[in-house]
Design a protein around this ligand. Structure first.
Ligand code: SF4
Ligand code: SF4
Length: 58
């Protein structure tokens, strides 16, 4: 499971990295990257992001 990032919206603030209980998110030179092996699709980061740049992958 994983989330995807809308790179046009993401501010690269790094806030979502800190709220993920699975430590699945990383802020890289390419933007936010989600480790699909760690992500449980809990939605916490999606709800947290102030600019709605994250969404759950179907
Ligand atoms: S919280 Fe939102 S804007 Fe900030 S780095 Fe994460 S996806 Fe980007
Ligand atoms: S959906 Fe949950 S587990 Fe997946 S990256 Fe976001 S906060 Fe982490």
């Amino acid at each position: 499971m994983a989330v995807k990032t809308d790179k046009n919206k993401c501010l690269r603030c790094g806030g979502c990295v800190g709220v993920c209980p699975q430590v699945a998110l990383d802020l890289t030179e390419h933007g936010i990257v989600c480790d699909a092996k760690k992500c449980t699709s809990c939605g916490i980061c999606v709800n947290f992001c102030p600019v709605e740049a994250l969404s759950l992958k179907k």
